[in-house]
Design a protein around this ligand. Sequence first.
Ligand SMILES: *Cc1c(COP(=O)(O)O)cnc(C)c1O
Length: 389
Amino acid sequence: MKEAKRLASLPPYLFARIEEKLEEAKKKGVDVINLGIGDPDQPTPEHIVQALITHAQNPENHRYPTSKGLLEFRTSVASWYQRRFGVELDPESEVVTLIGSKEGIAHISFCYLQEGDVALIPDPGYPVYGIGSALAGAENYIMPLKEERGFLPDLADIPSDVARKAKLMFLNYPNNPTGAVAGKEFFEEVVEFARNYDIIVCHDAAYTEITFDGFSAPSFLEVEGAKEVGIEFHSLSKTYNMTGWRLGWAAGNSEVIRALGTLKSNLDSGVFQAIQQAGIAALEGPQDCVEKMRQLYKERRDAVVEGLRRLGCHLEPPKATIYVWAPVPGDYTSTDFAELVLEKAGVVITPGIGYGKFGEGYFRISLTVDKERIQEGLKRIEQALGKLY
Ligand SMILES: *Cc1c(COP(=O)(O)O)cnc(C)c1O
């Protein structure tokens, strides 16, 4: 059966070899330590689960939800933005509920991009930005994220003819996979650039709540003029360990929010209302669970940084996210290094090339397993491969 061209535009799956090797190792009985998983290992806090149970019992919630989401949930999002960032949002026109933020990130491209348009895509980055735009028929212009610039794109480097054709720009801070953070000055620069070239900014803010060492991540929408040029995607997935629930939102420019809502009303029927009610419980309930989670990830982050130091790699500990992004030692490609580490030490790490060509030369370690397992994993690498750097 002949597939449509747009399917052929999907990038090849880069982790297939690693997954094969992982299966082989498991079959041989190796106790593999998987530091490649980007999915929180902790359960959703109990009060949120209880809210789902209660609201699942209400027959009013058993019918089709509206695709843009319960006004009650969107109001809860707006008050959270007010409390957390001092940002005013109109829940009616400036917030739309998403079936996890990935859904909106993929669909926004279908609202604004067609053949002949350009999307500005960060590299390395979450693959969904460039996949959504490619499926919509646009051309991706890669914005390299380089270590010497703190993994922020150099907007001055984007040729003006490209910028004029660009309709969307994707950004993500705190950043997956690099763990980099952005300040308001950078967002101010982005707003000015977007105004000059009439570009819609799509900021993915999935990790603003997972920060360490007293750092508090800003929202893109805090910056003056941001709401005129863009939207922000957010999610309950990482903040409340709710990846499986599929609940997120987009907030910001009302015209863009309306466009996304219109597309969605033709494609999906929204999020189960009891899950949106549980989302309200998450946003409005006690927040000590979030503080506990930060503490847990911080201890794990410190264990990774310490383990890497023993290997000879001296890193600035990342201020945010559930990842540590480290340079590959020696002359290995990131894929060869990941395969070597899996074969010799029984540890899975993610090769940077999986996040784009500017991810080559790096690997990613996830903080989604116990500190003890992280320590053991890094010790095994040290014992199997010695000082690497
Ligand atoms: C995990 C993650 C998300 C969240 O996706 P959901 O669909 O909301 O679960 C969004 N962006 C990035 C970069 C992520 O790593």
